[in-house]
Design a protein around this ligand. Structure first.
Ligand code: ATP
Ligand code: CA
Ligand code: CA
Length: 175
């Protein structure tokens, strides 16, 4: 399971100062995400996701199941590496999947044990931090990501469940 929480952060530098001291820097990259909708199932309603991601590390196909609780973004997640973004897109489109939207973000990744910390920035939308543990012991992992958020000074903040795709689509709608 992908156990994940996300916060909007007004001051990413402040969070990063803490991370520099105690977490290991992994990579900084631009992620280009291309989301699909199912031909006979509306992923907005079923809360699923199908995505092809392209970044400097390669191309990844991801399926996400519906979120399983109301306070985190925890869900089933399956990922597979691909070697051709355009071909993957074509296969899905030929099968009837339709483009739902695109998201581009700058992501800095840190790791602290099995906690993955992503510092994300989306132009015109803002900066966010995501804390994630890949685990099947969901309750234990949830406790630890929330404890990690407290350590980063986010204890009083409300975690958000809105996806980057929804944020991007909201901005597109308001223009
Ligand atoms: P990851 O954590 O895998 O790196 P991310 O942080 O870039 O992903 P998230 O916002 O955490 O992006 O997850 C992608 C989101 O897009 C999912 O929550 C998914 O449900 C949402 N989504 C996918 N397809 C649709 C759709 N057709 N309509 C609305 N939302 C969708
Ligand atoms: Ca994640
Ligand atoms: Ca995420």
């Amino acid at each position: 399971m992908e156990v994940e929480i996300k916060f909007r952060i007004p001051d990413p530098e402040k969070i990063e100062r803490v991370l520099r001291d105690r977490a290991e820097f992994v990579i900084e990259k631009i992620e280009h995400d291309y989301y699909f909708n199912h031909p006979c199932r509306d992923f907005r309603e079923t809360d699923e996701a199908l995505r092809v991601r392209k970044d400097v590390e390669g191309v990844t196909l991801t399926y996400k199941g519906k979120k399983i609780d109301s306070e985190t973004k925890t869900r089933e997640e399956f990922k597979v590496k691909l070697d051709n973004f355009e071909a993957a897109r074509k296969i899905l489109e030929k099968l009837g999947f339709r483009k739902a939207g695109e998201v581009v973000k700058r992501r800095k990744i840190y790791r602290d044990g099995d906690v993955i910390i992503c510092l994300d920035h989306l132009d015109g939308i803002g900066s966010f931090v995501e804390l994630e543990i890949e685990s099947d012991d969901v309750e234990e992992a949830k406790r630890r990501v929330f404890r990690y958020a407290e350590m980063l000074g986010l204890g009083g903040e409300k975690s958000i469940r809105k996806s980057y795709l929804e944020m991007v689509l909201d901005v597109a709608d308001s223009n």
